[in-house]
Design a protein around this ligand. Structure first.
Ligand SMILES: [Zn+2]
Length: 271
């Protein structure tokens, strides 16, 4: 088991903190960095014809949504590389690619205020999901085969008190919906002596309107050749929940009470 920590300034002048751990055939690492700027910081570079872009311009180029969350952490990335070459990673750009350009017919009491706060948003009212809801389940390299399974995540194993070898909680993006709630995507990893476990969580709370969660859990036991992936979508209207809004501030306080809308269990086989 080897744990390393580095600090470096990359070409985009982002200060990045990294940490990694070796776990059997897995190299597990994360980077933490600062927030995505709201404008292009290097116009001279980005307007050149050589495919070099700042982070902001990469986001504008790759995403079809007209606005990004208030806080995007472009270099907050969790990456798990298997010695066979298989890679599982979690990054905000791929997550935002899965935000719909079409809005569901959510009745949103804060819609007006939100639109007023963003000039130009009015015309995109119907064509853009400003809650940034994403069903992102992580990014997999091509040599990982996804199969259906009935095998559930072993929660008893997760509850066992054991030594934590590596832990981190990374925010990928967050938006406060103009003070009318929260939309947040984060990923947590825990490496234990006999397994690693990941919880990727999208949490949406639109005050007095609704609560939604999309959670992806991944569990890999040492010496097995696969990773279990369980995706659970939950959602409820605020009026259907017997919980005061003040007690819904934290995702952990409300998610256990939400009804399950969809659950998908898969096995990621490392070739
Ligand atoms: Zn730029």
């Amino acid at each position: 088991m080897l744990c390393t920590e580095t600090e470096q300034i990359d070409s985009g002048r982002y200060k990045t903190n990294s940490q990694s751990i070796q776990f059997g055939p897995w190299d597990i690492s994360y980077d933490v960095s600062c927030i995505l700027p709201s404008v292009c910081s290097t116009k001279v570079v980005c307007e050149r014809d050589d495919d070099q872009f700042c982070q902001f311009c990469i986001y504008c180029k790759d995403l079809s949504i007209p606005h990004f969350p208030d806080m995007v952490f472009p270099k907050n990335v969790l990456k798990l590389t298997h010695s066979s070459g298989g890679v599982i990673q979690f990054n905000p750009l791929d997550a935002l690619k899965r935000v719909s350009c079409r809005i569901d017919a959510i009745e949103v009491s804060c819609s007006e205020a939100w639109l007023e706060s963003r000039p130009g948003a009015e015309k995109q009212k119907k064509t853009f999901d400003w809650t940034f809801s994403t069903d992102y389940k992580g990014t997999l390299s091509n040599n990982i085969v996804v199969e259906h399974t009935e095998e559930p995540i072993d929660f008893e194993l997760l509850k066992k008190k054991d030594q934590i070898l590596f832990y981190h909680d990374l925010t990928l993006f967050e938006d406060e919906l103009h003070d009318h709630g929260v939309s947040k995507l984060s990923v947590k990893i825990r490496v234990m002596p006999s397994y690693w476990y990941i919880l990727l969580r999208y949490f949406l709370r639109v005050d007095d309107v609704m609560v939604r969660s999309h959670e992806t859990r991944m569990l890999h036991k040492l010496e097995s050749n696969y990773v279990l992936r369980e995706f659970t979508a939950k959602e409820a209207k605020a009026q259907d929940l017997n919980i005061p809004m003040t007690r819904m501030k934290e995702a952990d306080d409300v998610i256990p009470f939400l009804p399950v809308k969809e659950q998908i269990r898969e096995k990621l086989v490392i070739c």
